[in-house]
Design a protein around this ligand. Structure first.
Ligand code: HEC
Length: 200
């Protein structure tokens, strides 16, 4: 007949209380160790994924591009909009798209780092794009319709960059618009400008 008692020591008199306490302590320690291993594994995962994601972001670690950005932001007084923030980040992304299209907009071009003319900057200057921005959204006589700035960029993605058409809402278009707008603002050629050649 099996032992009915709830107290294990009375069923197995050979087991001392001290021995059981020791066993319990050992089990607790084991749990603690597995818990610490789990926490450490999660921590390592979080830290590694942060580092790896950072390293695979377009443009990261590209010192030439970073230098170019510093020159650009000084030339066009980007910091008048603050050191950081959504607008400045969008301009910076636009800058990356403009000079490193094959990396920042890899989904919309078949050109690679080795290809010729693989970025907007190999055919255009920021000033040109700014003028194009300010004079966009006009009726095109040849095409018989109004062409937006975004549509002009789409065209270049397809034909000049041998790629695909991003939607009008895609950051690959939107941030080039913001980039162009910033330059146009600095050149005082945007509509509604109160100072500059057009206001005189
Ligand atoms: C291989 C050279 C080349 C590349 C690369 C290129 N473009 Fe162009 N782009 C042109 C040429 C040539 C024109 C004018 C003729 C045309 O529209 O086909 C033009 C026209 C434009 C226009 C319209 C200009 C106007 O008439 O107002 C915009 C805006 C523009 N490109 C933006 C871009 C952007 C943004 C990129 C990068 C995503 C880019 N282009 C990449 C050559 C290029």
């Amino acid at each position: 007949m099996p032992c009915q008692s709830y107290s294990i020591t009375s069923c197995y008199p050979g087991l001392s209380k001290r021995f059981l306490l020791k066993e319990k302590q050992a089990m607790k320690n084991k749990e603690r160790i597995t818990m610490s291993i789990k926490v450490a594994a999660i921590l390592i995962f979080v830290i590694l994924s942060n580092i790896l994601v950072g390293a695979s972001l377009p443009g990261s670690g590209d010192t030439r591009l970073n230098e170019q950005w510093q020159e650009f932001s000084q030339k066009y007084n980007v910091n008048r909009f603050g050191d950081d923030g959504y607008f400045v980040r969008a301009i910076r992304h636009g800058h990356g798209l403009f000079y490193k299209t094959y990396d920042f907009a890899w989904r919309f071009t078949r050109k690679t780092a080795q290809s010729e003319n693989n970025n907007c900057g190999s055919c255009h200057t920021p000033e040109e794009i700014a003028y194009s921005f300010a004079s966009s959204d006009r009726y095109d006589n040849k095409l018989g319709k109004r062409i937006s700035f975004e549509e002009r960029i789409m065209r270049c993605y397809v034909s000049k960059l041998d790629g695909f058409v991003p939607t009008i809402y895609d950051p690959a278009i939107r941030d080039i618009r913001i980039f162009a707008r910033l330059v146009a603002h600095d050149l005082k050629i945007t509509e509604g400008s109160l100072v500059g050649p057009l206001a005189e």
